[in-house]
Ligand binder design. Sequence first.
Ligand code: FPP
Length: 247
Amino acid sequence: MAHPERSSLPKHVAIIMDGNGRWAQSHGMTRTAGHRKGMEVVREIVRAASDFGVGYLTLFAFSSENWRRPETEVRDLLGLLKLFIRRDLSELHRDNVRIRVIGERNNLRSDLLPLLIEAEETTRNNTGLTLVIAFNYGSRDEMARAMVSIARDVADGRLRCEDITPGLIDSRLDTAGIPDPDLIIRTSGEERLSNFLLWQAAYSELMFVNDLWPDFNRAMFCAALEKFAMRERRFGGLSAAQAAVGS
Ligand code: FPP
């Protein structure tokens, strides 16, 4: 089985798993069946990321805007997430995977929040892949919550305005302590970020693949990592070749 070169692996890969609905429709199935197939792919990609030695894998499981979907679809998506944690937690723990959940937690259903907390607590000290599940997540909402927490500290005299730096803002986001994504993959041919990790994506490489999420697999993930290794990242500076010409 193909294995990407370890030395040039992205440390953090984030994925917008798009296309479950279109996949279901093209197979004459319900949208829920598409999400269920999508969950199988989640298992495959988590295993692959862990095997390949990726440090962090963030999956956009449910956005703060997804509540606008029909009630039955929302119920089924929440049910799938619960099922994933209930069924897979022990195996993920055994595989040394650490789970983090990002997104707004206030007002989450009482049957879901304890499960998310349990997943984080159980796996807190694991040292393998960190699986970041973005649930009830929206980047603007995350940034607004961070700004409120900073504004409170300024108003109460715990912080001065001059203390507000990119680093301080980082530390108030849900992703505090998690490195910025090196690579963001979106499936299904759509080419946008849809309110996902907007602050953290400042220097991320973006990769848009045409396959629908339920058709995505380990080999395609490996190919994306190999393609990433070929890209040159300059973070606003110059490449070695450009620097040599200029000097
Ligand atoms: C986008 O497809 C996908 C989602 C909104 C949900 C993603 C959820 C899963 C893959 C399953 C559960 C996840 C975990 C982490 C257990 P879409 O419905 O917007 O597809 P469409 O654009 O074709 O309609």
